[in-house]
Design a protein around this ligand. Structure first.
Ligand SMILES: [Zn+2]
Length: 145
């Protein structure tokens, strides 16, 4: 195995306010947030054909939720493919998928970057919320599951 990741300069644009930025980004990293409206930026086009850096499968992370040990104890991973195998075994996927509600093409959890967030929706990522707001959002996710 040996998934490799690349670090490239990427052109990003905000689908909400039109802000543009070139940011060096890992290919497995989530899009950076727009500095003015905090919405995730959209990739415009690869700015370079060649990767400046190639890295291997090594990592050193302690996972406290999701891929932790059964029973909830934090689990340390030193290989990304080991993490991917464990996620695969448990049926977990490390990306956001649009799962519409029955009979609609809409989901309360995913947002079209063409049209922006629905009226009343809070587009801020989890990390920007206060602990109380994070708890409320997590509770909402579990209610809708
Ligand atoms: Zn913006």
């Amino acid at each position: 195995m040996g998934a490799r990741h690349t670090y490239r300069e990427v052109a990003w644009a905000c689908g909400i306010c039109g802000h543009r930025a070139r940011v060096w980004t890992w290919d497995h990293q989530y899009p950076p947030d727009c500095p003015s409206c905090l919405f995730p930026l959209t990739k415009v086009l690869p700015a370079a054909d060649r990767a400046a850096t190639v890295i291997g499968d090594a990592c050193d992370v302690v996972v406290e939720h999701g891929l932790c040990w059964p029973g909830g104890a934090p689990r340390r991973y030193t290989s990304k493919s080991e993490m991917a195998r464990e996620a695969w075994k448990r049926g977990l996927t490390n990306y956001v998928r649009h799962v519409p509600l029955p009979g609609t093409d809409r989901s309360p959890h995913t947002v079209s970057w063409d049209t922006g967030p629905a009226p009343g929706a809070d587009p801020r990522p989890m990390a920007w919320l206060s602990p109380e707001e994070q708890a409320a959002r997590a509770a909402q996710w579990h209610r809708d599951e």
